[in-house]
Write a protein of this length. Structure first.
Length: 238
C-alpha cells in the first residue's frame, strides 16, 4: 500500500514538470581571416565552458533526483493539514476549491483576471531514518518543490521574474526554508503578473510545506495571492 502511495505521489509531481528552452547568443559572421580565427577560438572556449556548465547542472540534477527518490522511498507518513488550510482560507477573496489527494491538500483558486494553486502538506519524518542533516533536507526538498510549483505558470521563464528571494534558516532542532518570486511579463498588448512561493518548516521531525503559484493580468490579484500565502505561512508553527 505504501509503495502505491509513493508511486502515485511521485507521478503527480512528474506530471507538473515542464522543460525550459536554452538561450543561445546570436550567430555572427567574421569579416576577415584574423577575425575568423578569433571567433573560432572563442567558439571553442564558449563550447567548453557551456559543456562544463551543463555537466555541473546535470550532476546537481542527479543529486536532487537521488535525494527525492530516497525521501519518498523512506518510511514517511503524511499528516492531515485540513485545519491549517481551512483557517487560512477564511475570508479568501478568490473562488476556491480544495482537494485532498495522497496527503496533499491542493487548493485551486480562481480570480476575475487569473488563477492559481496552493499545495499544503505535512510529512512525518520520525521513522524515515534519512541520512541527511536538516539543512540539506530543507534546501533540497524546498528547491524541488519551488521548481515544480513555478513551472506550472505557463509560458513563464526565469527571465520574467522581476524579483527572486531565497533563504534557509536553522535554529537548534528546527529549520525554515523560503523562496519566492514575482513575475511581470508584457507582450505589448497585455501584461501578466505572477507570484510563486514555497515555504517549508522542519520542526520536531515534521516537515510542513506550503507552495503556491498565481498568474493573471491584475496586479492587485497578485497582491491578494501573496497575502494569502503569507497567512498560510503564519499558520505553520516554527
Amino acid at each position: 500500500m505504501k509503495t502505491k502511495v509513493i508511486t502515485a505521489f511521485l507521478a503527480v509531481f512528474m506530471l507538473a514538470m515542464t522543460a525550459c528552452g536554452t538561450i543561445s547568443p546570436p550567430v555572427q559572421t567574421a569579416e576577415t581571416t584574423t577575425e575568423t580565427i578569433t571567433t573560432t577560438a572563442e567558439s571553442v572556449l564558449d563550447s567548453a565552458v557551456s559543456s562544463e556548465t551543463e555537466s555541473t547542472i546535470d550532476n546537481e540534477q542527479v543529486k536532487s533526483d537521488t535525494f527525492m527518490a530516497e525521501f519518498f522511498d523512506s518510511n514517511i507518513s503524511f499528516e492531515d493539514t485540513s485545519e491549517l488550510v481551512t483557517e487560512a482560507m477564511k475570508g479568501c477573496s478568490f473562488e476556491n476549491e480544495t482537494d485532498n489527494f495522497n496527503g496533499v491538500n491542493k487548493v485551486t483558486l480562481k480570480g476575475k483576471n487569473g488563477g492559481g494553486i496552493i499545495n499544503v502538506l505535512c510529512v512525518d519524518l520520525s521513522q524515515s531514518q534519512l541520512d541527511y542533516d536538516m539543512e540539506y533536507i530543507l534546501e533540497n526538498f524546498g528547491d524541488y518543490y519551488f521548481g515544480q510549483t513555478s513551472a506550472q505558470m505557463s509560458g513563464i521563464t526565469e527571465d520574467d521574474f522581476v524579483s527572486n528571494y531565497r533563504m534557509t534558516t536553522n535554529v537548534y532542532s528546527k529549520g525554515k526554508y523560503q523562496q519566492y518570486g514575482s513575475v511581470q511579463k508584457s507582450d505589448g498588448m497585455a501584461t501578466q503578473f505572477g507570484y510563486t512561493e514555497t515555504y517549508a518548516v522542519l520542526s520536531e521531525e515534521k516537515l510542513t510545506v506550503v507552495s503556491g503559484a498565481y498568474l493573471g493580468t491584475d496586479m492587485m490579484e497578485r497582491q491578494s495571492f501573496s497575502q494569502l500565502m503569507g497567512k498560510l505561512d503564519e499558520n505553520v508553527k516554527y
